[in-house]
Design a binder for this molecule. Sequence first.
Ligand code: NAD
Ligand code: DAU
Length: 329
Amino acid sequence: MRVLVTGGAGFIGSHFVKRLVAQGDEVVVLDKLTYAGNPANLEGTGVELVVGDIADPETVKRAGSGCAAIVNFAAETHVDRSILGPKEFVHTDVLGTMTLLEWARSTRARYVQVSTDEVYGDLEAGGRAVETDPLRPSSPYSAAKAGGDLQVLAYVRTYGVAASITRGANTFGPNQYPEKLVPLFVTNALDGEPLPVYGDGKQVREWLHAEDHCAGVDLVLREGAPGEIYNIGGEDHENLEVTYRILELTGADASLIRHVEDRAGHDRRYAIDDTKLRNLGWKPAHSFGEGGLPETVEWYRGNRAWWEPIKSGEYRRYYEEQYAERLQA
Ligand code: NAD
Ligand code: DAU
C-alpha cells in the first residue's frame, strides 16, 4: 500500500516509516522539518520526503498523490513549549488536521489520526480512561490535540471519511528530541548536567516504547474501524522512579537531581485502558525498566553524533528560557 506519513521525520513517525518500509509498503513522508523534525531519522529508508506544512492544501495534495492511506503524526508535541506559546499548536494540531481531513475527504483515502492520552486530562482521583470518556485537556498542547480529534470525528460523521483515532501514552525510545523527560534526563545525566524534576516528582505517566506505539497504530490502520478510537497504553511509573532508574543506567550521581518550580497546570496522573486494542490483537513487546529503558540509554550513549548538534542553537535558547531561572531558584 502507498501511505502518506505526515510528521515522518519526527520521533515516533520515523519509527513508523521504518516499520512500513520493512513490511514492503510504499511510503511518502510530508514533514515541515520544524526544530523537532530531522531527516537523519529517515536515513537508510529510501523514502520520498516532501518538506512542507500539513496546513497547506496544495502541498498535501502533491505529497498525497497516489496514496491510499494517510497516517498523521505531524504535530507540535511538547507541553512546555505550548505553555510558552500556543499559536503554532492550534495551527498544526487543529488547522493542519482539518486540512488533511479535507484531502482524505476528496480522495476517499483511509485516515489514522495519532492522538494522545493527554486529551482525557488528569486522572489523579484514580481509574483508567476508556475511549468514550469525555475530553478534559489541561494544557494548550492537549487542548489542540483534542480539537484535532473532534475534527476527525466530525469528518467521519458528516462526510463519511474513513478515519480512526489512536490515543497513545508517553512514548520513549531512540531518536526522541531531547526536550522530553527521558531523552532530556538521559543526555543531561551522560553530560553531568542537572536533572530538573518538576515539583515533587510524584506525577505518574504510562511509558510505551516507540515500536509498540507504532505496532498499535499500524494495527488500527489495517484493522481498526472508521469512527473508532483506540487507546495504546504503557507501564505506570512515577517521574522520580524513572529519574532514579536513569541515574542507575547512566552511572550518574543522585546529586544531579534538582526539584524545580512545577509546570503550570501540570497533570498529576495519566492512565488509560487499552483493552479495546488488545482485543484487536495488540500486545507490547518491550517492558520499560528492564528492556526498553536500558536499550534506550545505550542508544543515546552510542549516538552522541545524533543529539550533540541538536543541543545547541535553537535548543539552547529554549533550554535557557525554560530552565535557567528554575535551576537558579
Ligand atoms: P515530534 O515532535 O518528535 O515530531 C513531530 C513531527 O511533526 C516533526 O518531524 C515535525 O517537523 C513535524 N511537524 C510539525 N508541524 C508540522 C506541520 N505543520 N506540517 C508538517 N510537519 C510538521 O513528535 P512525536 O513525539 O514523534 O509525536 C508524533 C505524534 O504522536 C504527535 O501527533 C503526538 O501528539 C503524538 N503522541 C506523542 C506521544 C509522545 O510521548 N511523544 C505520545 C502520544 C501521542
Ligand atoms: O502522554 C502522552 C504525551 O506524553 C504526548 O502526547 C506528548 O507529546 C509528550 O510530550 C508527552 O507529554 P508529557 O508532558 O507527559 O511528557 P514530558 O516528557 O514533557 O514530561 C513527562 C513528565 O515529566 C511530566 O510529568 C513532566 C515531567 N518533567 C518533564 C520535563 C521535560 C519534569 O519533571 N522535568 C522536565 O524537565
